[in-house]
Write a protein that binds this ligand. Sequence first.
Ligand code: FES
Ligand SMILES: [Fe+2]
Length: 317
Amino acid sequence: MSRRERHHTELPIPNGWFAVAFSNELVPGEVRRLHYFDEDLVLYRGRDGTPRVLDAYCPHLGAHLAEGGRVVGDTIRCPFHGWRFDGTGLCVEIPYCERIPPKARVRGWDVVEKNRMIFVWHHAEGKPPSWDFPAMPELDHPDWTEPRSLELKVAVHMQDMHENNNDPVHFQFVHANAEIPPSEITFGEGGRYMRMVGKSQRVTPFGTFETLLERDSWGLGLSAVRIAGIPGAGLLMYSSTTPVDRGHSHSRWLFTVTKNLVDLAGEQFIQDLSAGVKQDLRIWENKVHRARPVLCEADRYLADFRQWARQFYSEPA
Ligand code: FES
Ligand SMILES: [Fe+2]
C-alpha cells in the first residue's frame, strides 16, 4: 500500500445528503447498480415515478437486486426467486409462499429527488435525516437555460474537494486568478449551512462590474455557487459530491445561466468553470489528507472549514 493509499483511511465517510444520480438518468421501471458510502446498493424508479434505494443483496440467498432485478409496480423483484421488496426494503411477496418470514427485509435508504438529482441520506449510525436542503429555483425557471451537466470521479476523499471552496489562495495558484479574492464566511441553519462570499471585478459583455461570488453549502459536498452583481443576469453552478468510499468521490455538477447571457457569456462561463474544476484534479488526485495541517495566519477560512466539517462525522476524525 502506498503512503497515499494509507491516508485514505484517515477520514471516515461523512453523514448527510448526497446525490446518487441525475434525475434524467432513470426513467420509471429502470434499475441501477450503485456503489456509494462503501456499500453496494440498488436504485430503481417505481412505476409511480418515485426513486428508491435499497441495499443490494437479497436477504434470501444473496442475489444482487440490480443484476437482473425488475421493477414490478412500485417494488423491485429479485432476479433469483422472485421475492419482491418495497421502497422501505420490506419483502411484500414471495410468489410461491403464503407466509413471509419477518426477517425478509433489506435496508431501505431515505431518498429525495430535488434539483434534478436523486439524493440519498447517509448516516454512519443509521440515524434518520436531521436536516433538509433547499430547492434551486433557477434549475426550473423559464428565464434560465436548460442546465448542462458534468460528472467527475476523483481519487480523493470528498472533504478535500469541498475544502477547495474555502481556499481563496488556491485561486491564484491553481486557477491563475490575478489576486486572492477578499472573502467573508457566515454560518446558519443550525450550523449545517455555510456561506462564503468573495468580491471581484468582472469584465462582462455588459461592462465591468464589482461582482460577488456566493458559495452556499448544505453539509459536506452539496454546494451552489452564484455570481451576483451583473444587473439582469445570473449564473449558477450547483454540485453534489458523493463519497464512493474513503478515498474516492463522485461529483455531479449542473450549470445554468439567464437566457439573456447564453450567447454572450453563458457558454464561456460553463467552459471556464469546467476547465477550472479540471485544474484542481491534478492536485486532488495526488494529495494526501492532512488531519493536522500546518496552517499560516492567512488560512483562517480553512480552519473555519475544518471546524465546521467535524459535525458531519459520527466517529471522531
Ligand atoms: S435470492 Fe432473492 S429471491 Fe432468492
Ligand atoms: Fe479549485
